[in-house]
Write a protein that binds this ligand. Structure first.
Ligand SMILES: C=CC1=C(C)c2cc3[nH]c(cc4nc(cc5[nH]c(cc1n2)c(C)c5CCC(=O)O)C(CCC(=O)O)=C4C)c(C)c3C=C
Ligand SMILES: [Fe+2]
Ligand SMILES: [Fe+2]
Length: 353
């Protein structure tokens, strides 16, 4: 029997330092997130970052927290419920860090008799810190607890026409009546090293002005290429002219060189370039979260105005929007029906024989 596991990033249990600390420990001790040898990672994370960050992060979470819980988890649950109503296979929801855990999601499907799972990381662009870590942990659990399970993986969907159309339609809807000077596409950043590590050609990604526009098999896993491609296709659908939009990367941690240009640096420079009315969209996330609600809608908004900007609009993520839930359901149904129609043919051949 077939079933689906939708997987998002996850959040702490509450916006307190006590709950943020174990969440950040699980997150940042992941070798796909901070990809340095274990001892160095432990020293960095437990010896330095976790000494001060939980308090700071908890305060940021407190600003965006909802009565029902973390926006990311609440929105993912709403989306899950809507998708479940639109498809006829069981769908479970899991978080890579925190709860509901990946193990509980797989267990739930297993208890319903599912042995063929469509693993669906809820990330439009591929990154080892987001997608690979989900697939690796799911595989670990499969080998240990569910050896009879078979996985099919939903790859990064940054170039799927229906996803791009949903994103373009959503941006268009939110920009109605807002006379913006500039639309900024702000993606979650990653260290440049991650791009080199995921380059399957080991030579293509130079992280320069041209590699991401030069066709290469590396692009199947190149986060930077996939971000540029998302932006390119969406502005094409919206008919936004060159110069009226740009792309940046947000949420960097100190230390490494992360993908540039940086969102905060660019946003602060915009007013002096004549951009007074700014719109920001965050297509690395399908659900609003700390990075969109606090870092963009609150912090970047505030800094933009401090630097002379007048109006700032943070465009919400696709969240549990009807069109997006339909798109996800269609992908699921295509997968489950394609296989069942093959089964039907096999069965009818048997009947005929
Ligand atoms: C080395 C650090 C990090 C990498 C690499 C990274 C990649 C990455 N993250 C997301 C999605 C989300 N990240 C979120 C929060 C967040 N991210 C990091 C660090 C890295 N992320 C930290 C320390 C935090 C916690 C918050 C903080 O203390 O600032 C979130 C929000 C979670 C929420 O509960 O709302 C998301 C979503 C992606 C997609 C990605 C790689 C592309
Ligand atoms: Fe992150
Ligand atoms: Fe590239």
């Amino acid at each position: 029997m077939k079933g689906v596991l939708l997987v998002n990033l996850g959040s702490p249990e509450s916006p307190t330092a006590k709950d943020v600390k174990p969440y950040l420990d699980e997150f940042l001790m992941d070798k796909y997130v901070i990809d340095v040898p274990f001892l160095l990672r432990a020293l960095l994370v437990r010896g330095i970052i976790l000494q001060t960050r939980p308090k700071k992060s908890a305060a940021a979470y407190a600003k965006i927290w909802w009565d029902e819980g973390s926006p990311l988890v609440v929105i993912s649950k709403r989306m899950h419920e809507k998708v479940q109503k639109l498809v006829d296979v069981p769908v479970s929801l899991a978080m890579r860090y925190g709860n509901p855990s990946l193990l509980s999601g797989l267990q739930e499907l297993h208890d319903k008799g599912v042995n063929e799972v469509l693993l669906f990381p809820l990330y439009p662009q591929h990154a080892m810190a987001s997608t690979t870590t989900i697939l690796e942990l799911a595989e670990e659990h499969r080998q240990k607890y569910f050896p009879e399970m078979k996985f099919t993986i939903v790859p990064a969907f940054y170039n799927k026409p229906d996803y791009l159309q949903n994103l373009a339609d959503s941006i268009k809807g939110h920009l109605e009546g807002y006379d913006y000077d500039h639309l900024l596409f702000s993606y979650h950043g990653i260290p440049e090293r991650h791009i080199r590590k995921t380059d399957i050609t080991k030579s293509h990604c130079k992280i320069d002005g041209s590699c991401c526009n030069t066709p290469s098999p590396a692009h199947e896993f190149c986060y930077r290429h996939q971000c540029y491609e998302t932006t390119k296709q969406v502005v094409k659908l919206l008919g936004i002219p060159e110069g009226k939009y740009s792309q940046t990367f947000q949420s960097r941690l100190a230390g490494d060189k992360w993908l540039t240009p940086y969102t905060d640096v660019e946003v602060n420079k915009m007013p002096e370039k004549g951009i007074k009315n700014l719109a920001v969209v965050t297509p690395a996330f399908v659900s609003d979260c700390l990075e969109t609600l606090e870092e963009i809608a609150m912090e970047a908004n505030h800094e933009f105005k401090v630097h002379g900007g007048e109006n700032f609009k943070a465009i919400p993520c696709l969240n549990d929007g009807d069109d997006w839930c339909k798109t996800v359901s269609n992908w699921i149904s295509n997968w489950s029906n394609a296989s069942s129609s093959i089964k039907k043919e096999v069965n009818s051949e048997k009947t005929n024989a």
